[in-house]
Design a protein around this ligand. Sequence first.
Ligand code: URA
Length: 433
Amino acid sequence: MRMYDVIEKKRDGKELSYDEISYFINNYCNDLIPDYQVAALLMAIFLNGMSERETADLTEIMANSGDVIDLSAIDGIKVDKHSTGGVGDKTTLVVGPIVAACGVPVAKMSGRGLGHTGGTIDKLESIPGLKTALSKEEFIENVNRIGISVAGQTGNLAPADKKIYALRDVTATVNSIPLIASSIMSKKIACGADRIVLDVKTGSGAFMKTLEKSEELARCMVKIGNNLGKKTVAIVTDMDIPLGNAIGNSLEVIEAIDTLKGNGPKDLEEVSLCLAAKMLELAGIGDESYCKQRAREVLENGQALEKFAQMIERQGGIPDVIEDYDLFKKPRHMYEFTSEQDCCIEKIRTDMLGISSMILGAGRETKESAIDYSAGIKLYKKTGMSVKKGELIATLYSDDTEKINQALETLKKSLVLGDSVEPQRPLILSYVE
Ligand code: URA
């Protein structure tokens, strides 16, 4: 087989066979095919798409390019959850403990933030002492003992995706539905769960800006999962507005703890309960209405909060953070941004708000950048709300005053102010089963 022929076939809009996809992935991983040929193939895929069968084959081959986690030492049906990424999206920190408190094992591998979106592992590492680099044995032992563990992905999880994603990033080929879907699903399949719930975000803070495209991505991922024998369901949820009020690592952990105490923002609670109930349903503990009721029960009776405390302790963190938020690192500086006029928040460019938080130090501009765990934004006014002159819109936190000045400019640009507001769409937009 020659790479030239594979490129030519896809350039002409034809379907690649399993063997052709396997040839290009495996030889690229072994450095036997140069970047420029794979870049040409990726562009041909970007322009001509892939069939359902090709997308499932690509996913399976990328999933098998490295470690595939074996979770068979954990009893019960393991259900994973994945968000396509957003701003202020800390649902895993709420959903994981709820599901575990209902007796369904949560063995979850999560990623770090990149660009304007945050990542669960960075958030968890803002808890003093907490370790996310767990050996496979520790990870499984934690789930068997307390029902939950959230660990960082091992270095060798779907290495083909890592290599191809880096090339897509510099060849304008990221934004292709079969490439995004196979990239996400290859890592999910390699993580070893039996069933998968996907939270596909849509709107200005998401990868996919329109509902139509988000639903297309959701359908593509659900088909891949089901074709590869993992029952998969997607819920498309709003990311036109940040979820909750906190953006930034320790700020988000505190907000998740507040939610587990029943005092969190209602939007975060609603999306978390919906995802948790769907995970419980996929785990087979009951029908939709029973699972919703169970999820709410363990949230209200404190069992989910207790589960989160157990997880923190088991992973080496200080569980006292649950009661004493002063144990988190404190930022050296803060700035209160108030309104100069009476107005309404008509719209938020949520991706820019994520960038503002990243500038403060909460995210990485490059993979090597260090994170300031206490940096971020508390947003008090969101889309659809009116603001009085002098009222607080947001507080910015950072160790560096120059970063606060820069982030403030971006934050101001992210807010579209006006005189009136439109009714907001629901948070849960659709289910793809
Ligand atoms: N997240 C991924 O893991 N891969 C993509 O291609 C896009 C988002």
